[in-house]
Every structure is written in C-alpha cells, then in structure tokens.
Design a protein around this ligand. Structure first.
Ligand code: G3I
Length: 315
C-alpha cells in the first residue's frame, strides 16, 4: 500500500493525473497529492480559460494548480497551447490575416509559457493536429498558417522557457496506424530540421477491450527517433453500469498500458485523465459510458488502481 507516486519515483517514472483546481481540497486534494507525482490542469491552461476576453487574463485556476503542485513536490504538465478546441470566441470568430494569426499564436505562447517559466516540467505545445487518416486537421491554425504552424509554435515555446520539455500530443496514436505514422513522420522531419521537439504525448482515451497490441512497439519507435514519450490522458471507459468482471478486465488493461511505458526507457510515464469517476469527461461526452478512472465516484480505489501499482513494481 505504498502510494503510486513513491512506486513511480523509485522507477524514475511519472504517474500523473489531470485535475480540476476548485476540487483540490478535502479527499480529492489528499489523493491528488498523496498518489501522484505530476499534475496536468484538465482545462485551466487552455486559451479559452486564460484569455476569455482579448487582453483580459484569468490565471487563477492555473496558478492554484501550479502552487498546489509545487507545495507537494509534484511536476506540472502544461496543457495546452495550440489546439482547435476550447479557444476563446474572440479568437475563433475573428477574421485574421496570416501575419495577425501568427502574431496571436506566438504572443499567446510567450505570455503563457513565460508566466510559468522555469516552473513547468512539460508543455503540450500542439494538441491533436491530425485526422484519423494521417492528414492534417483543418483548423484555424492549419488553414491560416499551413503545417508549419507546428514548428513555429514549438520554436516560440522554446524561446519562452528553454527548460520545459516540448510535446506534440494526440489521441488514437497509441498503436501503429495511419495517424501515429503521420505523427512519427512529422517528428522525424522536425528533428531533421532542428525544430525543438522533446516528446510525443499519446493521450490513450481507450475503450474496454481496445488496448492496441502494438502499443509498446509504437512507443519504442518514437523513442528510437530520439524523443521522449508520455501517456498523457489515460482512461478506459465502458458501458454503465459496470460489473466486477468489467472492472477486473479494466485493471488488466491499465496494467498493460502502464507496463508498456515502464518497459521503454524513454517513456517518461503515465498520466490519467482524472483519477476519480466523479471528475471524468466520459459521461458528458459518451452518454451511458463511464467508470473510466482508477477511483470510483466515492474515492474508493478500484481494481485499476491496484493494477497501476503492480505495473509500477508494487505488490
Ligand atoms: O466551466 C463550465 C461551467 O461553468 C458550466 O456550468 C458547465 C456546463 O456544462 O460547463 C463547464 O465547462 C466544461 C468544461 O469541460 C469544464 O468542466 C465544458 O462545457 C466542457 O466542454 C469541458 O470539457 C473538457 C473537454 O476537454 C473539452 O474538449 C473536459 O473537461 C476535458 O477533460 C477535456 O479534455 C480533453 C483534453 O484537453 C484533450 N484531449 C481530449 C480530452 C477529452 O476531451
């Protein structure tokens, strides 16, 4: 019954969780602090959260999470700078020239990364740039600036905080497939061009029974490119109500995912996307599904919790 973070520390790995700042008190705060050596703000650092009105910033929740993490000796993963979703309406509804859009993007990066300079371990600089078939997603950024918005964003982030590890993060890139191969080719070309890129984030929003058989092989091929890999948003959802057989299978699958990361030196660790079913995005987005995290709604550890501990070397 060692906390997960002690097991992970002993292996030199990250075990993180996404958190909601307003909940970091009481039992939620105790578990977040005791069990995890890293935190990711689930929403607090997104553009729409920090600059809802142009030029008017709200850092309260982001600051609260960073302060909590520092007080507890936890790393912070900044999430996320350049994305197609959760942007402020002033940005998405505006009409911008390419030069204006580039300036908005790089100013946003300088402002946010600069605010936390030296305090964050990692930034998800670009989030979800690809379609499932490996083509670039048509976003505000891609449509306005072309594919090189990715290199420009990474370069701006490096300038704003040279000590933060810079990542591209996406979903459905856990196994070897068209989308992960597009990400692989992008990272390879960025490295060849000397663009600052330190890692890839595999979100890992999985459904029960769907852990890709090529997960470890895929992690390894990115590592072999000379970048770190992180599992950044792990959850494993199922149809509700869940039964004990499904929760046992979920535990097996959590263990598979964490073990695949532990097995690859350059896989820095695993972050779960909310540690309790009471703070998970799944029921809102997939009606009828849930039970996706390692703790139930009443903060009782589920079989998945003990499976993570085992994968981290616990007994
Ligand atoms: O803050 C408002 C609140 O004032 C309002 O009462 C409430 C009513 O629905 O909505 C609240 O905002 C919600 C916000 O989460 C905070 O709870 C938004 O509607 C909701 O859309 C938003 O969902 C977030 C989602 O990203 C948006 O795409 C989830 O919490 C967050 O977990 C999820 O995280 C993403 C990662 O950033 C990227 N990868 C996928 C992952 C899951 O979608």
């Amino acid at each position: 019954d060692e906390p997960l973070r002690d097991l992970a520390d002993a292996k030199g790995k990250v075990i993180g969780t996404a958190v909601t700042g307003s909940k970091l008190t009481g039992t939620y705060g105790e578990i977040a602090g005791r069990e995890f050596n890293a935190l990711t703000p689930g929403n607090a650092m997104k553009w729409g959260s920090v600059e809802p009105t142009r030029g008017t910033f709200n850092w309260a929740e982001a600051d609260q999470i960073v302060d909590f993490a520092e007080a507890g000796g936890q790393q912070v993963r900044g999430h996320t700078l350049v994305w197609h979703s959760q942007n402020p309406s002033w940005l998405t509804n505006g009409t911008w020239t390419a030069a204006q859009l580039r300036r908005l993007m790089t100013d946003h990066i300088s402002t946010e990364v600069g605010r936390y300079k030296g305090r964050l371990a990692t930034w998800d600089v670009v989030n979800e740039p690809f379609n499932e078939d490996g083509t670039y997603r048509q976003t505000l950024w891609y449509n306005g600036l072309g594919a090189d918005y990715i290199a420009e964003a990474l370069t701006a982030a490096r300038a704003a905080d040279p000590s933060a590890k810079l990542y591209i993060n996406d979903y459905n890139v856990e196994g070897v497939n068209a989308k992960s191969t597009a990400l692989y080719n992008l990272v390879k070309s960025l490295k060849e061009r000397g663009v600052p890129i330190d890692g890839v984030g595999l979100q890992a929003h999985l459904s029960l029974g769907q852990v890709p058989s090529t997960l470890q092989q895929n992690i390894q091929r990115f590592a072999d490119l000379g970048v770190d890999v992180a599992i950044t948003e792990l959850d494993i959802r199922m149809n509700l109500p869940s039964d004990s057989a499904e929760l046992a299978q979920q535990a097996t699958e959590y263990k598979q995912v964490v073990s695949a990361c532990v097995a690859v030196t350059r896989c820095v660790g695993v972050t779960v996307w909310g540690f309790t079913d009471s703070d998970s995005w799944i029921p809102d987005t997939f009606p009828g599904q849930g039970a996706a995290t390692p703790y139930d709604e009443n903060f009782a550890p589920k079989p998945a919790y003990f499976a993570i501990a085992e994968a981290l070397g616990g007994t």
